[in-house]
Design a binder for this molecule. Structure first.
Ligand code: 5AD
Ligand code: SF4
Length: 579
């Protein structure tokens, strides 16, 4: 039998309808029961294959007649708004920063509420999304490699059985080029357009379009009303996205182009999500944003201009006008930390310019705001910082570090570094090494410069540090960082920390991995020496550090504890039996 092209396309839908029919009979009592029952009733009279083809052919005849004034009414079993995605499995693979991992939870939520099933394996998926990163060239190379694997996977299947979408920053950067590539990408969707995913997929599946794209950036999208679907196995820590985008325009960075302008999520929706996470038993949340501490939400009652000194910090500049009204990050984290005093609060990724003293004092005052700060320096030389358009000098950065050390002497500090930026001389590079020695960072993300098209550096500067020099300088940065860190971690021996147990160690099921408030990884035995009381994932445990020779500390669990108990212990208000 020869079928019209559109009939063939809808056969795909027919297949989905039937796989849904099977799925609906095996699904028992879950939140979808009502929806499933409704659809099941509708499916009672669904056609068999030959009836289906007949109906489809009639339908096409009617479409042809539409121009003659006849209105086409789709058959009930094909109503899009009700059956989009039912029974089909979506797998989302995340690359890059934590923001992307948090976005994947939003994407999962959007897909789930459109009737898709979220799967944790690419092997049984009908739709595969790659949630991508574009920050450096090698981040994109990884995606191209993965797309080529998926193209091979598609070839093995019959056409149309697997749809592949590229989402996120690389989608936003390359746009149409991705669809025009050899990689057989079906869908391209930027970071502000995830709400359109189901309808775009539908357009492809219905055969209205062969491919689909939406890379519109938004001035106000924060996905505030979407409850993230947390697919990670980790039930201890969760991300809470509080703002999106970046206004800074550092000269090397593609982020402002792929993620758009800064916008902040309403305070109330953040507090509600945090409350829910606390009720679900999460013990740690990380507030997320491209410039998390630039958070500024304009609420009705804050429409009055605030005359007190606001951001940026003295000695720091911005290329944009800092807002004079609205709820600041300090005010937000103040409220967030009060939701559950036994839930740890972290935040990333901040900018050094947005660390006012009142934020530092709040962190000191609140035992559940972690004393671990990420302060990305990028370089230790003022001239390079100027070329990078970072808005601060080596001196003002050091002044901030000195203030932090004074207010929060126990805090750990981490940073990002870029080696071999345009025009960087050997002397300027040595200033970065000396900054590493001075600050003694506890953690660092270190890269060599990767030119990104469209950025200020691409337009105005020459990428003139040869690759071998970039690599050599990066290696020196890495070596210096680890050498200083080793001296630092040695000082941990004998210290007592409150460790939140994250998971069972992958190397030994008799050990747990946890983290200190200062974000140091600690491995401990899964039982106390002198007590049969069990230790569980999600417990706070008082731990004495016994070995600090590696990056991961080794500790001895002393007793179960809590944020409050540990604080009293630190202030010598409670004693413990330390034998
Ligand atoms: N090349 C190398 N590293 C970069 N980063 C951002 N853009 C580039 C680039 N073009 C680094 C910065 C930033 C981190 C997220 O990635 O250190 O803080
Ligand atoms: Fe990129 Fe600078 Fe914005 Fe960070 S602050 S996302 S490095 S432009």
């Amino acid at each position: 039998m020869i079928l019209q092209r559109s009939v063939c396309r809808n056969l795909n839908k027919f297949r989905n309808l039937y796989s849904f029919r099977q799925y609906s009979t095996i699904a028992s009592t879950n939140e979808n029961t009502l929806k499933i029952e409704n659809i099941k009733n509708k499916l009672k009279d669904a056609p068999n294959l030959s009836e289906f083809i007949k109906l489809e052919q009639q339908k096409n005849t009617k479409i042809d007649e539409k121009d003659n004034g006849e209105v086409y009414i789709p058959p009930p079993y094909l109503r899009n708004s009700e059956i989009t995605g039912e029974g089909r499995r979506v797998y989302v693979e995340s690359y890059g920063c934590q923001m992307n991992f948090a976005d994947t939870e939003v994407i999962n939520s959007i897909m789930k509420s459109s009737g898709y099933q979220i799967t944790d394996s690419d092997s049984n998926a009908d739709v595969i999304f790659l949630n991508t990163c574009a920050i450096r060239e090698n981040a994109e190379s990884k995606i191209w490699g993965r797309l080529s694997e998926l193209r091979a996977q598609k070839r093995k299947l019959k056409n149309g059985q697997l749809l592949v979408g590229v989402l996120g920053c690389m989608a936003e950067r390359l746009k149409q080029k991705l669809l025009e590539s050899e990689m057989k990408v079906d869908l391209v969707v930027g970071p502000d357009a995830y709400r359109s995913l189901p309808s775009l997929l539908s357009a492809i599946e219905d055969g209205e379009q062969q491919t689909a794209i939406n890379v519109m950036l938004s001035a106000d999208e924060t996905y505030a009303d979407i409850a993230p679907v947390r697919t990670s196995q980790n039930s201890v820590s969760a991300y809470v996205s509080i703002m999106r985008g970046c206004n800074n325009m550092c000269s090397y960075c593609i982020v402002p182009f792929t993620r758009g302008k800064e916008r902040s999520r309403p305070v109330q929706s953040i507090l509600e999500e945090v409350k829910q996470l606390s009720e679900q038993g999460y013990k740690e949340i990380t507030l997320l944003g491209q410039n998390v501490n630039s958070y500024n939400y304009l609420e009705e009652e804050h429409h009055v201009e605030n005359t007190e000194k606001r951001l940026p910090r003295d000695g720091f500049n911005t290329i944009y006008k800092s807002p004079k009204k609205g709820v600041t990050f300090t005010q937000l984290i103040d409220q967030v930390s009060l939701v559950d005093p036994e839930m740890r609060i972290r935040f990333t990724s901040p900018h050094p310019k947005d660390f006012p003293d009142d934020l530092l004092h709040l962190i000191k005052e609140r035992p559940n705001i972690c004393k671990s700060l990420h302060i990305p320096a990028q370089s230790g030389n003022s001239n390079v910082l100027k070329n990078m358009r970072r808005g601060y000098t080596r001196e003002s950065y050091i002044e901030l570090i000195n203030t932090i050390r004074r207010v929060l002497p126990e805090a750990t500090i981490s940073s990002d570094f870029i080696s071999g930026f345009c025009h960087e001389t050997e002397e300027e590079h040595l200033d970065t090494l000396s900054l590493l020695e001075y600050v003694k960072f506890d953690h660092a993300f270190m890269f060599y410069y990767s030119l990104r098209e469209k950025t200020h550096a691409h337009r105005t500067m020459k990428d003139d540090v040869p690759l071998d020099v970039k690599s050599k300088r990066l290696q020196q940065v890495v070596d210096t960082f680890y050498r200083v860190l080793k001296q630092n971690t040695h000082k941990e021996i004998g210290k007592k920390h409150l460790v939140l147990i994250d998971r069972i160690s992958k190397r030994s099921d008799k050990h747990y991995i946890g983290r200190t408030d200062t974000n140091k990884k600690v491995i401990i035995p899964n039982h106390f020496k002198d007590s049969a009381e069990p230790i569980n994932v999600g417990d706070y445990v008082l731990v004495e550090i016994e070995d600090g020779s590696e990056i991961t500390l080794k500790g001895n669990p002393i007793m179960k504890s809590s944020i409050e108990h540990f604080q009293q212990y630190q202030h010598k208000k409670v004693m413990i039996n330390e034998n």
